[in-house]
Design a protein around this ligand. Structure first.
Ligand code: PMP
Length: 430
């Protein structure tokens, strides 16, 4: 029976939302409408976001802040309105705590270079985890090498959750910063951010949250969770690529030196010195991502209209469905915890089929787009004893039928590559 038929329809968002996304009506294969399950890498954009971007270029575009002509005033207004939208979206106190960056990676590098460069001493510790994206590992490795700070990693439990007992042991008065993802882009694990911030603060450490996978999918409130820094990307939440956010508490951002130097980030420049601008300009050197920020603002309007709680609920249904069906397949290993501890993605590995081959056939023969590889979590894959996995990641425009397409594809690929593969009853966690 179709897995889709067993679902509680009342928890699902309407299928008609898909019509807002022009690209989703594209056929990849004749007779196979696109099944887009690569949302953790980048989502698609609704017509409302595409229109907002083309509108600004057609009617309101000029460089921001310095101009006194109408177009510059208008684009500055829209750009600053976007900042205010982001502020409200993540529950920050002040718009000046919201910095536009090129993305999550750039936001984390900003903190590592600026805060880390100014504050880390030899022997200080940065506590991160083994499930981090390379974006939340490499910048800390770099700044640790420069400052003499030491990097420590919280391990995971058997079922792919953060090992909080080990966290408690690793956290000490030497820890200056905890850098952790709120949702793992490979395991799907939802981490206990509130507990982490309260324990880290009690130990005197700051907390940076890599929220690339959470801000687009569930409500996030920086004040309630008391995070010090939060990083995320526009392209994973219906917005354009090229724009992301660094949220930081005002007192921390105020005390940090500027990261990049150039136009806009200064108050006054002399031939041999400069004074930095106030927040947020201090961290926005050069021409910022104007149209992408305005596109992100439209994306936030769209997400608010649907509601983040409803989006999360919808994705939970799809995840449960996929998890239950995948765990019946012999020779397939699901990475990460049970559905109640995970967000809207499922990564898995086959005993006998390489992830790349698998994803290629899914695309070429079924029009199903999934991601295959290490998902920028090489250390985590090494720990799990595999070099690559396949990841199906959902968004609210996916429906249970999309999970059926994935399962149909898996079954066909299995019989193609491993005819001996059979369905089984037993549950299988990693
Ligand atoms: N962190 C996580 C958890 C991610 O999933 C990603 C994107 N895959 C990033 C960081 C990096 O985001 P970006 O490429 O937009 O900088």
């Amino acid at each position: 029976m179709s897995a889709a038929k067993t679902v509680d329809q009342s928890a699902l968002l309407p299928e008609s939302l898909r019509d807002d996304f022009p690209i989703l009506s594209r056929d990849i294969l004749e007779g196979h409408p696109l099944v887009f399950l690569d949302n953790a890498a980048s989502t698609q954009r609704p017509r409302q976001v595409i229109d907002a971007i083309s509108n600004v270029y057609e009617h309101d575009y000029a460089n921001v802040h310095r101009g006194i002509h109408t177009l510059s005033e208008r684009s500055t207004e829209l750009y600053e309105l976007a900042r205010e939208k982001v502020r409200a979206f993540v529950g920050a106190k002040h718009a000046r705590e919201v910095i536009f960056t090129p993305g999550t990676t750039a936001s984390i590098n900003l903190v590592a270079r600026s805060w880390g460069g100014a504050n880390l001493q030899p022997g200080d510790e940065i506590l991160t985890t083994v499930m981090e994206h390379h974006s939340n590992l490499v910048p800390w490795q770099q700044i640790a090498a420069e400052t003499g700070a030491v990097l420590r990693h919280v391990p995971i439990t058997e079922d792919g959750r953060l090992d909080m007992a080990a966290f408690d042991q690793l956290l000490s008065e030497r820890t200056k910063l905890v850098a952790v993802c709120s949702i793992s882009n490979t395991l799907g694990t939802i981490n206990p951010i509130d507990e982490i911030t309260s324990k880290a603060h009690a130990a005197g450490a700051l907390v940076l949250v890599d929220a690339a996978q959470s801000v687009p999918h569930m409500p996030v409130d920086v004040l309630k969770s008391d995070v010090d820094f939060l990083a995320f990307s526009g392209h994973k939440m219906l917005g354009p690529s090229g724009v992301g956010i660094l949220y930081g508490k005002e007192s921390l951002l105020d005390a940090m030196p500027p990261f990049l130097g150039g136009g806009s980030m200064i108050n006054e420049v002399r031939l041999d010195s400069f004074t930095p601008a106030e927040l947020p300009a201090k961290f926005e050197a050069g021409t910022p991502p104007i149209a992408p920020a305005i596109g992100m603002s439209a994306a936030i309007d769209y997400l608010n209209h649907i509601g983040l709680e409803a989006i999360h609920r919808h994705e939970q249904v799809l995840t449960q469905l996929a998890y239950d069906a995948l765990s019946q397949i012999e020779g397939l290993r699901i990475l990460g915890p049970a559905p109640k501890h995970r967000a809207g993605l499922v990564s898995f590995a086959f005993e006998r089929i390489h992830a790349h081959e698998f994803a290629q056939v899914l695309n070429d023969q079924f029009g199903v787009a999934v991601r295959a590889g290490h998902h920028c979590t090489q250390p985590l894959h090494a720990l799990l004893g595999i070099s690559a996995s396949t990841r199906a990641s959902f968004y609210f425009y996916n429906q249970p039928e999309n999970v059926d397409c994935l399962l149909e594809g898996i079954s066909a690929v299995q019989s193609m590559f491993a005819p001996q593969g059979r369905r089984r009853r037993r549950k299988h966690n990693s």
